[in-house]
Design a protein around this ligand. Sequence first.
Ligand code: RFL
Ligand code: PHB
Length: 390
Amino acid sequence: MKTQVGIIGGGPSGLLLSQLLHVQGIDTVVLEKHSRDYVLGRIRAGVLEHGFADLMREANCGARMDAEGEIHDGFYIAHDGVRDRIDLKGLTGGNSVIVYGQTELTRDLYDAREKMGGAVIHHAQNVQPHDITSDKPYLTYTKDGEAHRIDCDYIIGADGFHGVSRKSIPQDKIREFERVYPFGWLGVLSRTKPVSPELIYAKHERGFALCSLRSQTLSRYYIQVPLSDSVEDWSDDDFWAELKRRLPADVSSQLETGPSIEKSIAPLRSFVAEPMRYGNMFLAGDAAHIVPPTGARGLNSAASDIYYLYHAMLDHYKNGDDRGLEGYSQKALARVWKGQRFSWGMTTLLHRFPGNSDFDNKLQQTDLDYLLSSESAMKSLAENYVGLPF
Ligand code: RFL
Ligand code: PHB
């Protein structure tokens, strides 16, 4: 088989790029290791920047997001038994975010790919990029015991943090920067009315908590837990009781509880691999960088990679101009690091760090006091949360 752009990974990054390029008449093949249902079963992001939403619209995939997604003009920070609102719209001169689940967005992308007859190959095993530094790179994989080969102009590594593409780059050609946090997030999805119409990020001495949602009948809650905990350690009742302890009384008294329909623990990590290009293979999304979810940046950072790659590919195929491809890594990384800085900052501000001294805790408290008392500081927070320009 032959294609122009061979994409490893059928998560949001790979599917979005494939869809955008196909709309412009550029041929792609997506190789995904798992089934569609498996990919859709992963409950992840919930908050989208407008830049991301614009890309979905450009890919002809924005209709359901625009109809069912919720525009959020602000969120709350809860601390010391009270709540302070971050007025995103007021602080950014009119910007906001969209609450629309990654599951729904990925479903829309799969449906659009199917409608256009796009090639998305599921259950692709042992995917391997070859001759990456030549001008004739190719991919091999097996499916149902049969070996396949795809010749391409370019390879896109959009196969997430554990994928094969980053690992195919020789170690002396890539540098990795990493911070692992000493805790994770236990997340619960429940068919209950959300406790608040806007998200609540809660700092508490027992640990961080987050009240989020997918719709007015579907809630998503998280609590910070030690890395040694496993999902089996947490019954639904234990989860709700602990969440209530970490929220202000006027919030916890309103919390509607119910059976969990999904429960999982995600470790928190900051990670960047540089550069994001090796030969004719380009990394995008979680394959190249991971953030702790506190600032809701992960999927949004993936979207900016896709934006830069999409435009670079258009310039290459339509105008014979390779400057976008040459500059991709540098341009993408500049924005990626700003997302890293923000996510690290939000995580540091709101979590309980086991090794912290009393002095560290006082400074953390003072950081929050300062933030909530300074319009300039809140403006900076809001500007980053709604997403820096691409
Ligand atoms: P994905 O989603 O991991 O998709 C990669 C795909 O590649 C496949 N794959 C392979 N395919 C073929 N061959 C191989 N060898 C392969 N290896 C892997 C995988 O099966 C998978 O389908 O990466 P992508 O597309 O770059 O998307 C990134 C996002 O998923 C991620 O950044 C966000 O979910 C992060 N995130 C959030 N981001 C936000 O912007 N806003 C949020 O509110 C937000 N909340 C979150 C989050 C992530 C979380 N977790 C669980 C880490 C909340 C949580 C709890
Ligand atoms: C979510 O709804 O899953 C979510 C929202 C905001 C975050 C992280 C996760 O910062």
